[in-house]
Design a protein around this ligand. Structure first.
Ligand code: HEM
Length: 404
């Protein structure tokens, strides 16, 4: 992955990783970043997602690939958060500059992934040395992504000079202001962030909406929740609190990702010889994988009904005046539920991801019903990539709810 990700956080170890982790986790915990994320998500929902869905709802024969729509949504969103740039990938009139960036990014991921599928690493290494075939294309795509990232970095630097160091809210500006101005290094950082935020939330939401369509009672409960929160939120109460309170929806998202984790499998390499508590011997250099898809389906952990979509396994009713009250979220530890990984390299964007996903769920379900166009009894196929995908997309019809 080095050609594409360089020393970005996903690909780094040791001091470079530590530095990026420290600066990012500090920034991720600031209220201002949270606020910025909410504003970016909300404007993408009202300015793009809702209009696109309204348009689809207006024509009863119109099918949308909802997986594609959610990916475009997430790409716009993460670009705005990572480097304060809006590619407008979800807008109907796609600006050519944006398309080029989005397409180059997609190609760079796809071609990097192909290396893993190569029969022997020598094969792609020879192609790389001779600069031909897929390796030549990879180089072109990576160069395009980097050029574009650097252009944005330079624009930002100039802007910061004009604003005498006063930072914008995006992650790139935060790194630049904290004294990290090496172009290649900050380009690495933003590229990793875009990768992290691009396909994960969209994968989670694709499967979430599929599961809802099969579980109308769950959808009805979420509908009540998102409308209750809307009516109770005064202008003064922060939007973050509104989302924080969507406890039932939170349980549903966790349950959807247990069955269909956005990152299906994750691989590490042992730095030194090790012996695990159960006696397993791991030698230096060995590859070790953990497998959230399989771990979410283990009967000993999740019970005999592991195959069922049952959000209540994450929820409890609080007692209120002798009767059943509000839902309370009952989390599982991160080593049992490994969807966001665990330990020092646990996902940095978990909270940000939930904010984004809950706001999309509320924004969509308040206004629309998402109805899959599938042959009765045929289940969509979960494909394992770096992130999970629904094979062939997720064709849906959009129905606007009455009276909204
Ligand atoms: C449902 C959504 C998401 C899921 C399931 C998820 C899952 C994961 C997983 C499994 C890892 C470990 C990857 C590895 O070992 O290399 C990870 C790391 C990471 N995630 Fe997420 N992620 C999500 C959304 C996000 C978002 C929106 C961001 C924000 C930009 C983000 C930022 C990161 C970063 C920066 C790391 C690297 C942490 C490190 O290596 O120290 N993630 N995530």
């Amino acid at each position: 992955m080095r050609d594409f990700l360089g020393d970005g956080i996903f690909n780094a170890d040791g001091d470079t990783w530590k530095l990026q982790r420290q600066v990012s986790s500090h920034e991720f915990n600031t209220k201002s970043l949270r606020k910025f994320v909410e504003t970016a998500v909300d404007s993408e929902i009202s300015g793009r997602l809702v209009p696109v869905m309204k348009l689809a709802a207006g024509d009863k024969t119109h099918q949308l690939d909802f997986q594609d729509i959610l990916q475009r949504f997430a790409f716009d969103n993460i670009c705005r958060i990572a480097f304060g740039y809006d590619p407008a990938y979800l807008s109907p009139s796609l600006p050519p500059e944006a398309e080029k960036f989005a397409v180059a990014f997609q190609k760079a991921i796809e071609l990097s992934r192909q290396r893993f599928a190569s029969i022997t690493p020598y094969y792609w290494k020879i192609k790389k040395a001779l600069n031909f075939g897929s390796e030549k294309q990879l180089k072109i795509a990576v160069d395009q992504v980097r050029e574009f990232a650097k252009e944005i970095i330079n624009r930002k630097k100039k802007q910061l000079l004009i604003q005498s160091g006063h930072s914008d809210e995006d992650i790139l500006s935060r790194f630049l202001v904290s004294g990290h101005s090496d172009e290649d290094f900050v380009a690495d950082i933003v590229i990793s962030f875009i990768l992290a935020g691009r396909d994960t939330t969209s994968a989670a939401l694709t499967w979430f909406f599929w599961l809802l369509s099969k579980n109308p009672k769950v959808e009805a409960e979420i509908f009540i929740e998102v409308n209750k929160d809307k009516s109770s939120s005064s202008e003064l109460s922060s939007a973050y609190d509104e989302v924080k309170d969507m406890v039932y929806t939170h349980g549903c998202l966790c349950e959807a990702m247990r069955l269909y984790p956005p990152v299906p499998v994750d691989t590490k390499a042992a730095l030194n010889d090790d012996v695990w508590p159960d006696g397993t011997v791991v030698k230096k250099g060995m590859r070790v994988c953990y497998h959230p898809y399989a771990m979410g389906r283990v009967e000993e952990v999740w019970g005999g009904d592991w195959a069922e979509f049952r959000p209540e396994r994450w929820l409890e009713r609080e007692e209120e005046g002798g009767g059943a009250g509000k839902w309370k979220f009952v989390g599982r530890d991160s080593y049992t539920y490994t969807v966001f990984q665990a330990g020092p390299r646990i996902c940095l964007g978990k909270e940000m991801a939930f904010i984004q996903m809950k706001r999309v769920v509320a924004g969509v379900l308040r206004r629309f019903r998402v109805v899959p166009v599938v042959v009765e009894g045929v289940e969509p196929v979960y494909v394992m990539d770096f992130t999970a995908k629904m094979k062939g997309g997720f064709p849906v019809k959009i129905i606007e709810r009455e009276g909204v």
